[in-house]
Design a protein around this ligand. Structure first.
Ligand code: FEO
Length: 397
């Protein structure tokens, strides 16, 4: 192991693991791997906050052993049940036999579903509960459904350090462990991808939780999430979260398509040309060639989404149907929706695309359908549709 534990603050250490090779996180394509961030707090009571994915247990242990004897761990805080953070819990419990596990009541329920916990000691906590571990005081804030029912964060009061679990995380394996080292803008880019693919459906909750945390008077000087780099600039990422949770958008159209014989592709390109003529940002994606994680990240702050698919068996071409299901599950809001399609006889793709737009409460524009291959006139119509979308976008706030 070349990379050792890292001092985050006085007596707080990163003891997690970098996963350079993983590319799939429950269907979220993570093109630069990820990290599992566990933190060790050395005080009168030695406290481990979260663990790592099971395969990385030994890596975490090596980092812990550099600092203390792991059998001396008194508390293991489980901010979140999901296995990327709790996977090594049974193994560490075999070593730290007397450690008490601290989590929410849903956390206890979840951990005991995944693991045999009958001999484990638990301390169940709720928002506002505090635990003095020596010089440091830990405060807990429940974060139900951000993004699991059990989720919580741990705040070290004296250090103004928030151990934020998945919130503010990024799926990136990076030897640079701080936002400033990676580059703050770069870190925000990865955090945006994470937000779009994991947290977007919970945007309303996030807005409420951010204001609740403000009301609790919690001052934050540093945020150490469970994935990715640590934020020495918490203001920047908190402000970005506010924007994303409000679906603050820019004058941007995202065009997503698939094609059988290049007809839908020709429509997509004509729409892009028309929209560009209207002086807005345009992004074009192919459903089978581009990562869905990137497409939905662009959709997060776009004002309009155009989706094109060939009609197949009177319905939408299956790869686009898959993408529509993914997008729908993430619940993007406040968008204009445009459907377009090429069909051979019955048609049906635009109807299915519009159904999804309707469920997402998008403002739906008149769809464009062409038979077999678009004529010059039809390509002109597609171009004009692009111009029309751009005009609409420019008038939308
Ligand atoms: Fe990183 Fe929800 O687990």
């Amino acid at each position: 192991m070349t990379f050792k534990s890292l001092k985050v603050n006085e007596n707080v250490y990163w003891v997690g693991a970098l996963d350079w090779d993983e590319r799939d996180f429950h269907n979220f394509e993570i093109v630069r791997g990820t990290s599992y961030n566990a933190y060790l707090i050395i005080d009168d009571k030695i406290t481990l906050v979260d663990t790592v994915k099971y395969e990385f247990f030994h890596e975490m242990m090596e980092r812990i052993k550099e600092l203390i004897d792991p059998s001396k761990i008194d508390y293991i805080i489980s901010n979140h049940v999901e296995i990327d953070h709790s996977g090594s819990l049974p193994k560490i419990k075999e070593v730290a036999k007397n450690a008490t596990i601290i989590c929410t009541s849903k956390g206890k329920e979840g951990l005991c579903r995944y693991f045999d916990c009958k001999n484990w000691d638990f301390k169940v906590v709720k928002t506002g509960d505090e635990l003095k571990i020596g010089r440091k005081t830990l405060m807990f804030v429940e974060m139900p459904m951000l993004h699991w029912p059990d989720s919580m964060v741990t705040y070290i009061k004296e250090d103004k350090l928030l151990l934020s679990s998945d919130a503010f995380g990024q799926h990136i394996a990076s030897i640079e462990r701080y936002d400033e080292e990676l580059g703050v803008e770069e870190a925000i880019k990865w955090a945006k991808i994470y937000y779009a693919n994991i947290l977007m459906p919970f945007s309303e909750l996030i807005k409420r939780k951010l204001s609740e945390i403000e009301k609790l008077g919690i001052q934050i000087e540093m945020i150490a999430p469970a994935h990715g780099v640590i934020w020495k600039n918490p203001g920047k990422i908190v402000s970005a979260y506010k924007d994303w949770a409000e679906f603050k958008s820019e004058n941007k159209l995202v065009v997503v398509y698939d094609t059988m014989w290049n007809s839908t592709k020709a429509l997509a390109k004509a729409i892009v040309d028309g929209a560009k003529h209207g002086n807005i940002k345009v992004r074009l994606f192919h459903v089978r060639k581009d990562p869905w994680s990137e497409i939905v990240t662009e959709i997060l702050d776009a004002k309009a989404v155009a989706i094109g698919a060939p009609t197949m068996h009177n319905t939408v071409f299956p790869p686009v149907a898959g993408f529509l299901a993914y997008m729908k599950s993430l619940k993007p809001k406040n968008k204009i929706g445009v459907a377009f399609s090429s069909y051979g006889w019955g048609g049906g793709a635009v109807r299915e695309i519009n159904k999804v737009f309707e469920e997402l409460k998008f403002e739906i524009m008149e769809p464009l359908q062409v038979k077999y291959k678009p004529t010059e006139d039809e390509l002109k119509k597609a171009f004009e549709l692009g111009v029309e979308v751009a005009e609409k976008i420019s008038k939308t706030y």
